[in-house]
Design a binder for this molecule. Sequence first.
Ligand code: GDP
Length: 459
Amino acid sequence: MFIDDTIAAIATAPGQGGIGIIRISGPDSLKIANKIFSPFHKGSILDYPIRTLIYGNILDGDTIIDEVLLAYMKGPNSYTAEDVIEINCHGGFISVRKILELVLKSGARMAQEGEFTKRAFLNGRIDLSQAEAVIDIINAKTEESHNVAQSQLEGTLSKKIRSLRDQITGILAQLEVAIDYPEEDIEFITYKELVDQTIDVNNQVKKLYQTADTGKILREGLKTAILGKPNVGKSSLMNLILGEDRAIVTDIPGTTRDVIEEFVNIKGIPLKIVDTAGIRATDDLVEKIGVEKSREHMKLADLALVVLDSSRPLDQEDIQILENIDQAKSLVILNKTDLACQMDIESLKSYVDTKNIINISALKGQGIDLIHDRMEDLVFEGKISDSSDLMITNSRHRDAIYKAMVSIGDAINSLNDRLPYDFIEVDLKDAWDSLGCINGDTIEEDLLDTIFSNFCIGK
Ligand code: GDP
């Protein structure tokens, strides 16, 4: 794809700050910068070494707009692999906006979301999975998720995908020889070699796919729902986890009406906590919305914290909730243990595994560590903790790997059935294509637009 226009955008976050950065990329970057920038010491931008900060004024005619530091990065040695100019001006709203307007007036056009990174991809500096890692780095909620994204940007995933595709290409090439020259006296790939090589690729793809659940949690957060009938202490628990008073706590049953979402970092797991309005059946219209959402959230949640009030006997409502939870992803939080216990623990144990019952007092702030520990065990089951391992974090990649896995599985079935090599070739070619979507070798234009539309402007 030939890119002939020059784009510009504000690269820093809006609002007040020490500095603001305007980024320009494309063939006219230098021309535009020369029009509006006057260095303090000598001549023009090219009189200074490339990639040094040049001190000077941004001028609109004779009017000084701001005193800035400007850097020129000549393509292909730049973020986009094109000529790039970055202007560091004073932060705040006015300076950055005025300079951007001037840049646009001087011949650049406003960049779209993620367009700088898209250009880095289209110009071949990075592949698609690396481009996607850029947005993951920006959005990372914990150090672990940041590490995974950083390793993806370095190309760990790209390398693995390339290696898998090369291995498939190798098998395909041997198959083709066998198909094209069946009569010739050439050393063909033996049936056993073919099976072994295909199974080897299959195992590697499977292993990669198995990291996707954990990877998704690291990237998107563990969606955690706090459930329980009114007044058991859900809001208090949420506040305890968040470490501050964010949800409203009251004595009136059913006051947590809207669903509130918050992120919190628990042992490197980004927890996306959803506080819901109990799951009690009710005629109250306002609460009903909360209740329906709450049911929905239980279905969608990766983890449910089911809160019970230990100072009261287990009642029908609690039982109804306990009967509806998914044991594999639920912890029962026995709250208010600072009060005398009125709950029949033995009967509670008939609904839930003992190790998943955790005693706390949200009021006194006791037991939160136990929740953290058990949560970690439940999520990772001791499987991972090393986020530097190659991991699939992106659901687009996960889908592509899944498709590849199905195609390779089909190829293995065809091999087992001793079907002609053409069948196997078709399946392996499909797997090769699916994997190619990950690094962008075999991806369609409109999908690219969707991917980059998730970026912010200026990146
Ligand atoms: P929700 O309706 O389930 O969200 O419950 P809240 O968090 O609003 O709490 C209801 C009431 O129980 C409030 O008066 C809290 O102060 C009280 N409460 C919450 N946790 C505890 C606890 O651990 N011990 C005691 N004694 N009271 C608690």
